[in-house]
Write a protein that binds this ligand. Structure first.
Ligand code: AMP
Length: 405
């Protein structure tokens, strides 16, 4: 029962082959610089085991099709491959960024589904076309295989109108579907499921705040197992302070920048997405570098850390008010899983709300899912590693195998 998971970007393809009988990774890799003069196909076979080995091929990769064929050649390679023929792959799962209002769940890919993903291109003009490239190429190479689209937005389709509507002229929603969609849904759903297991009760009875802090950052309020509010918006720019993305700003900023700085909308958009967030505040966007700089006396690095963790705290407070009863707060992704300082500062002062972090548990790093709150904390706090590829593979199992989520 081997599934191939594909995350196709504009010039890259990330992939994993997962054996679903044991949920173990057989191969994981990355095709990079598609369409450029020099490309690269990197694969790690049996990662994290005694049999681990790496293969790197440097070659020009004309398009997604030749990238995928190189991957297949590696996977079926007589000496080091992990399958003898393509038909050993039972199904393929594709990450698709934007499903708009068309998809409330993962779905088997058909021509109608492809049309709907195309229809949502205006909402994700960079991501959906790249995701579609991956789908088309995989359908060509793995003819007849079940392929499933797993949407970043689908988990958040349970949000009520009061949470997903912006207070704008209603026609913008009716005619152009301008609203909050939210992203990172696969990650939020995955860690929520793992958290329910750790709490020992069905997800449908859990109220959670899931905090995904990586290069992109988002927070979700989950009531009785479903998303009822989330910090990312119509695009992945709103909400928390991210690596290079601003998160919340006053919408009137655009007019100010145009009038006073002569910036056009494209320049403002680029600034908000690529030159803001932690990077905008202190010039660094990797949290490890920010800690080093702050420890060395860089005041702006310390300020960037303070701005991010304050925003986290503000959203946690807001989502506590949304949920009323909160069973647990879950930290995940690169920063959330690895950074005890960010976790502690994001929860600072929340004792009155029933959140009591255990400093020793918070500092201990195991790489495993674990509880980091004190025994008597009314709201429990967990660190749960996210695993987007496994989450996608599990979604494939639900869609094609009728497995329960
Ligand atoms: P992700 O997008 O989930 O891969 O997260 C990537 C980000 O996680 C990096 O840009 C770093 O800021 C952060 N990160 C990774 N490892 C650590 C660590 N050990 N401590 C603090 N931050 C980390």
């Amino acid at each position: 029962m081997k599934y191939l998971v594909i995350n196709s970007g504009s010039s890259s393809i990330k992939y994993q082959v997962i054996d679903m009988t044991t949920e173990s990774v057989l191969a994981t890799g990355l095709v990079e610089r598609i369409g450029e003069a020099s490309g690269r196909v990197q694969t790690t076979f049996y990662p994290g085991t005694a049999r681990e080995r790496e293969s790197v091929v440097e070659q020009a990769i004309a398009d997604h099709g030749s990238g995928m064929r190189s991957v297949l050649a590696l996977l079926t390679d007589q000496e080091q491959g992990i399958i003898t023929q393509p038909s050993e792959i039972a199904a393929i799962g594709h990450r698709v960024v934007h499903g708009g209002e068309d998809f409330q769940a993962s779905t088997l890919i058909t021509p109608v589904v492809i049309q709907a993903i195309e229809r949502n291109i205006p909402l994700a003009p960079l991501h959906n076309p790249a995701n579609l490239d991956g789908i088309r190429v995989a359908m060509e190479i793995f003819t007849g295989l079940p392929q499933v689209a797993v949407f970043d937005t689908a988990f958040h389709q349970t949000m009520p109108p009061r949470a997903f509507l912006y207070a704008l002229p209603y026609a913008l929603y009716e005619q152009d579907r301008v609203r909050r969609y939210g992203f990172h849904g696969t990650s939020h759903r995955f860690v929520a499921g793992e958290c329910a297991r750790l709490l020992g009760k069905p997800l449908s009875q859990c109220n959670l705040i899931t905090v995904h802090l990586g290069n992109g950052c988002s927070m979700t309020a989950i009531e009785n197992g479903v998303s009822v509010d989330t910090s990312l918006g119509m695009t992945p720019l709103e909400g928390l302070v991210m690596g290079t993305r601003s998160g919340d700003v006053d919408p009137a900023l655009h007019l100010f920048l145009q009038q006073h700085k002569g910036m056009d909308l494209a320049a403002i958009d680029a600034m908000l997405n690529k030159e803001s967030g932690l990077k905008g505040l202190c010039g660094l966007n990797d949290m490890r570098d920010i800690h080093k700089a702050a420890a060395g006396g860089d005041e702006r690095a310390a300020l960037a850390l303070a701005v991010q963790t304050y925003r986290n705290r503000k959203y946690i407070g807001a989502f506590m008010a949304v949920l009323g009863r909160v069973d647990a707060i879950v930290f995940t992704a690169g920063i959330g899983e690895n950074d005890p300082v960010v976790r502690a500062e994001s929860l600072e002062g929340l004792e009155a709300f029933g959140v009591r972090l255990d400093p020793d548990r918070n500092r201990r790093h195991t790489g495993e899912a674990r509880c980091i709150s004190q025994e008597d904390s009314r709201v429990r706090v967990f660190v749960i590693p996210t695993n987007e590829e496994l989450a996608i593979a599990r979604e494939v199992a639900v869609v094609i195998g009728g497995k329960r989520r």
